[in-house]
Design a binder for this molecule. Structure first.
Ligand code: ADP
Ligand code: MG
Length: 619
């Protein structure tokens, strides 16, 4: 029988390799940018058309290639980065396999222009599906420009497999984030269909994170730093209170290369244990430096997974360093027992008959867990419970005091307040009599009543109070707005802008005033009186995320969701110290609510401990 084994022709081998290296346009982006970095570029421009399906071009000012190298670079296993197998264990470059360009050239149209510093003229090569069409001299700046056009032109099945432009562009942007965050000393730009999406100047790590994710991330970052013999760690973690529902901003870089590691991610999560609300994820940007000999990055073709020699030690160091930072920057644990404070148990407001236009803050006569004892209640308590008018409370007093342990008062916090909110609830005669309230574990407001003890969950109670207030604002009586001295420029995704636009009539009722909607920005001129200017962006972001998670179908559920989201964001939290006045405020206002016994998410707001029950314990 004749021999049947034959060597695959190079172009076929390259196409097969391409299947591994190039899954989608973003893979090409990654390979080309990594090559530019390896060429010591300080400026890298990425130009994309139609999410990379039409064009992916990377222009760098790196060292360029000689005529021979330019030609050789498209050969398989052609690399300038390793010479022997030993070099594999001491890699300081991104590439080393020498197959990226060969693979890409096998499945696309390539236009390469390159020139080295000392040369006057450069080289221009055109390749289509591994076939070199032309090679000329060209006048071109020092560095390299590689344009990759019509990706997968000769593999229709792969081309058809590509996702929508939005999805493919998302992948490209993710790749761009990873590589640009790893290299703040290189300037990057990204253009998509003539729009400039990013323009990142040379900077440091922190500034780079800020240029990529926007100025508002700056205040959320807490530095992390640790140097040990086997690991140098630096970077930032996001403060727990800004943790997100999506896993978006989580980055590990090992020797300036983005990597994925479930194991190390676990180390970070465990350091955050007890600090995060369930279902949220902390952000992190962690840069690890280890001896290249102690890692193996060769185990995955696209090189995002690596193997460490001493994973357990790295885990322990990482966890300890993050805990230390969280502690040092006094991020006190916020023990949130209201784990499902998301909006998944919607308050059934719409089943309430005509409640939206009846919503006055006065005592619901149906309410009362101690109805039979109404007459015997502590006089001050019953007085509070029949408190009818709602003078606009000085919300400031509820906040300033309790936040005094965080140095939050900033010069740009100045705002213009309208007269309406100056009358303080606490000056009202409700205060004339002192009440026996105290705060337990920064969690509960406890009040003595005749029959025993009333224990109020401060966070849930305040949510209830705010919820009814916002509902009333939206449906009956416009809330008080504070005009901002300097309008805030807010940035959102185009989708969020649409949501914001559609909600803006209701938001206006709560005190928000928006103008100048553009594709991704909006100007905020006024905010609800209760809100602090510095919290505006977070509150609106939370609102967007709530709405995206629970797509409200009717106008009514939209209003309900809005009130719920705002009350959730703005309510005082468990763990917050409350002054006597604030404790009483919670007590009084809670029992002036329509439904004081449950939070907007149907959680119990208070319980009573009867003397008779206490007596039993002494039996
Ligand atoms: P690898 O990066 O693994 O070496 P590639 O196929 O990505 O393999 O690139 C092959 C070779 O082409 C590189 O080793 C490098 O010498 C050269 N090269 C590729 N891109 C550039 C660039 N932008 N500037 C200078 N040289 C480049
Ligand atoms: Mg490469």
């Amino acid at each position: 029988m004749s021999d049947i084994i034959q060597l695959l022709p190079d172009h076929v081998a390259n196409q097969i390799a391409a299947g591994e290296v190039v899954q989608r346009p973003s893979s090409v982006v990654k390979e080309l940018i990594e090559n530019a970095i390896d060429a010591n570029a300080t400026l890298i421009k990425l130009i994309i058309k139609d999410a990379g399906k039409v064009l992916i071009q990377v222009i760098d000012n790196g060292k360029g290639m000689s005529v021979t190298d330019a030609r050789l670079s498209f050969e398989r296993h052609a690399t300038s980065k390793i010479k022997s197998a030993d070099d594999l264990f001491n890699l300081h470059t991104k590439g080393f396999r020498g197959e990226a360009l060969a693979s890409i050239a096998a499945i696309a149209h390539i236009d390469l222009k390159t020139k080295q510093h000392n040369d006057d003229i450069g080289t221009h090569i055109k390749i289509e599906g591994s076939n070199t069409l032309s090679q000329d001299v060209i006048v071109t700046p020092t560095g390299t420009s590689i344009a990759v056009k019509n990706l997968f032109f000769n593999i229709p099945a792969r081309r058809n497999f590509l996702k929508s432009n939005a999805v493919e562009l998302r992948h490209i942007i993710d790749e761009f984030h990873r590589v640009s965050l790893a290299h703040p000393t290189i300037s990057f730009t990204l253009h998509h269909n003539a729009n400039e999406l990013f323009n990142l100047p040379i900077s440091n790590y922190r500034q780079r994170i800020v240029s990529v994710f926007g100025a508002k991330i700056n205040e959320k970052l807490v530095p992390v730093k640790e140097t040990t013999e086997i690991l140098k760690l630096k970077g930032f973690i996001g403060k727990p209170e800004f943790a997100k529902k999506t896993r978006g901003e989580q980055f590990f870089f090992v020797n300036n290369r983005y990597i994925k590691s479930h194991y190390l991610n676990h180390a970070v999560s465990s350091a955050f244990e007890g600090l995060l609300k369930q279902g949220t994820h902390a952000s992190y940007f962690l840069y690890l430096e280890v001896n290249p000999e102690t890692i193996d990055i060769n185990i995955h073709p696209t090189k995002t997974e690596i193997k460490f020699d001493d994973e357990h030690t790295l885990y322990a160091i990482l966890r300890a360093a993050i805990k230390h930072s969280l502690g040092q920057f006094s991020i006190a644990p916020v023990l949130d027992f209201e784990h499902n404070s998301t909006l998944d148990t919607p308050y059934n407001y719409k089943n309430k008959q005509g409640v939206s236009n009846k919503l006055k803050i006065d005592v619901d006569s149906n309410f009362n867990p101690f109805k039979e004892e109404k007459q015997s209640l502590d006089p001050s308590f019953s007085k509070a419970a029949t408190y009818k008018e709602t003078p606009k409370a000085s919300w400031e007093s509820l906040y300033i005091e309790s936040k005094s342990n965080t140095p939050e008062v900033k010069a740009n916090d100045i705002r213009v307040e309208t007269d309406e909110i100056t009358a303080s609830f606490f000056e009202a005669d409700a205060l004339a009599t002192t009440k026996n309230t105290f705060q337990l574990h920064h969690k509960y407001v406890v009040n003595t009543i005749k029959s025993g003890l009333l224990i109020i969950d401060q966070q849930r109670a305040h949510q209830r109070i705010l919820y009814e207030e916002f509902l009333q604002n939206i449906t009956v009586k416009q809330g008080v707005s504070q005009q901002l001295l300097f309008p805030l420029q807010l940035e959102f995704t185009p989708n969020e802008i649409q949501i914001l636009k559609s909600l803006s009539p209701q938001l206006a009722q709560t005190g928000f005033a928006f103008s100048k909607f553009s594709a991704e920005t909006v100007e905020c001129l006024g905010i609800p009186a209760i809100l602090k200017e510095t919290d505006v962006a977070n509150v609106l972001e939370q609102l967007m995320s709530d709405i995206e998670n629970e797509v409200p179908d009717t106008h009514f559920s939209q209003t309900d969701l809005l009130a719920k989201s705002l009350s959730k964001s703005l309510a005082i939290k468990t763990g917050q110290y409350l002054t006597k006045d604030e404790q009483e405020y919670i007590l009084n206002r809670l029992f002036a609510c329509k439904e004081p016994n449950i939070s907007p998410t149907n959680k119990t707001t208070f319980i009573t401990l009867l003397v008779t029950d206490i007596d039993k314990k002494f039996d």
